[in-house]
Ligand binder design. Structure first.
Ligand SMILES: [Mn+2]
Length: 357
């Protein structure tokens, strides 16, 4: 990879307006945050993309960053390898996201959100560009020319918000809606272990800036097509529990029978996690190419990111995933071996122990 351009080091970061409470990294005189801001200030044309099968955080972050770049008087192309899932098509500007598998054209930089590698975007042609990596996954990696990975951020949208503030962007109702969505979805509706007081502070600021929490929650959580619920029913009939671990799955045939798509698999794993006395759940779905997609979820300090990573994937402590070759029985066997081992060795922290009874 080529070295960092000179101009990225030359300019100090913008200071936030006086009296405003902003987190420490914004004030850092050097480091990736300042360099990224500098790249945005000096460049003219940007590509903004995220991971394959985009979720609320990737889409909300892409759209918000695109709008911030536009406010800076610059051009941003938003590209995704997959179409936008139904529940996110209400997001302002969602029709400006182009679905493509190849990147063409000249850009001053490509900002890659929420990815641990170029590969995770499923986009060809990125490796020739100057790459900026903004991520918050435990399994995040410094694969780009500039890498800003903040494991503490509840969503990448929270990081985009910090960039927007430092760039002096106005948080319009449209940007607020996109950023609120990133926090809502990446915390599982303010339920996961990544929720901090600062998460609510940001949510509040987004609502004050014009985000409508009821309308957003309605569009995301109460607008499922019937195919999704029929698929959920199929998965729940297969639900198995063994101690603190539970699992369920759907085949490609199930999806055909219920007229559902891979998109409809989203969220099934969380329904299983709602079970009492279960701390880890895996949901498996057969992809059209014969591979098996796995979604892992956990409660408290039980870490499924480490398990996903051992199987070639990644993610967060409470939400992770990977894709395996082969059939469901084999994939299930592999992941259960990992889960059983990890549960047996797990030493829950005090907060979790009180809930184990
Ligand atoms: Mn995220």
């Amino acid at each position: 990879m080529s070295s960092l351009p000179q101009k990225a080091e030359s300019c100090p970061p913008a200071l936030p307006p006086q009296g405003e409470v902003v987190r420490a990294p914004v004030f850092s005189a050097s480091g990736p945050f300042a360099a990224i801001l500098d790249v945005l200030k000096h460049g003219e044309r940007f590509l903004v993309c995220s991971h394959v099968r985009p979720d609320g955080d990737s889409l909300g972050s892409m759209l918000a960053l695109g709008m911030v770049i536009q406010q800076m008087g610059k051009h941003a192309d938003l590209v995704s390898a997959n179409r936008i899932p139904l529940q996110y098509r209400h997001l302002p500007g969602s029709d400006s996201i182009r679905t493509a598998s190849h990147i063409q054209g000249a850009y001053d930089a490509a900002v890659i959100l929420e990815c641990d590698s170029i590969k995770r975007t499923h986009l060809q042609g990125l490796s020739d560009l100057f790459l900026v990596n903004v991520d918050h996954h435990l399994t995040g990696r410094p694969f780009a020319h500039l890498n800003w990975i903040d494991y503490e951020a509840a969503s990448v949208g929270e990081m985009v918000y910090r960039l927007a503030q430092a760039a002096g962007a106005r948080i319009t109702p449209e940007i607020a809606e996109c950023l609120y969505t990133t926090v809502l979805t990446d915390t599982g509706g303010f339920c996961y272990g990544n929720v901090r007081a600062s998460t609510f502070a940001m949510a509040r600021e987004m609502v004050e800036a014009g985000a409508d929490p009821t309308a957003i929650a309605h569009a995301i959580y109460f607008s499922s097509p019937i195919s999704k619920l029929l698929l959920l029913g199929t998965a729940l009939r297969r639900l198995k529990r063994e101690g603190r671990v539970a699992w369920l799955w759907v085949t490609h045939q199930d999806m055909q029978r219920t007229c559902s798509t891979e998109e409809d698999c989203e969220g099934i794993v969380n329904v299983a996690l709602s079970m009492a006395q279960v701390d880890a759940v895996v949901f498996l779905s057969e992809l059209s190419d014969g591979r098996v997609r796995m979604s892992l979820r956990s409660k408290g300090d039980f870490d499924v990111a480490a398990i996903a990573q051992r199987l070639g994937g990644g993610g967060h402590q409470n939400a992770a995933g990977c894709t395996l070759q082969g059939a469901i029985p084999q994939a299930l066997k592999e992941v259960l071996t990992e889960l059983r081992g990890a549960i047996a060795e797990w030493n829950p922290g005090p907060a979790h122990r009180s809930r184990l009874k």
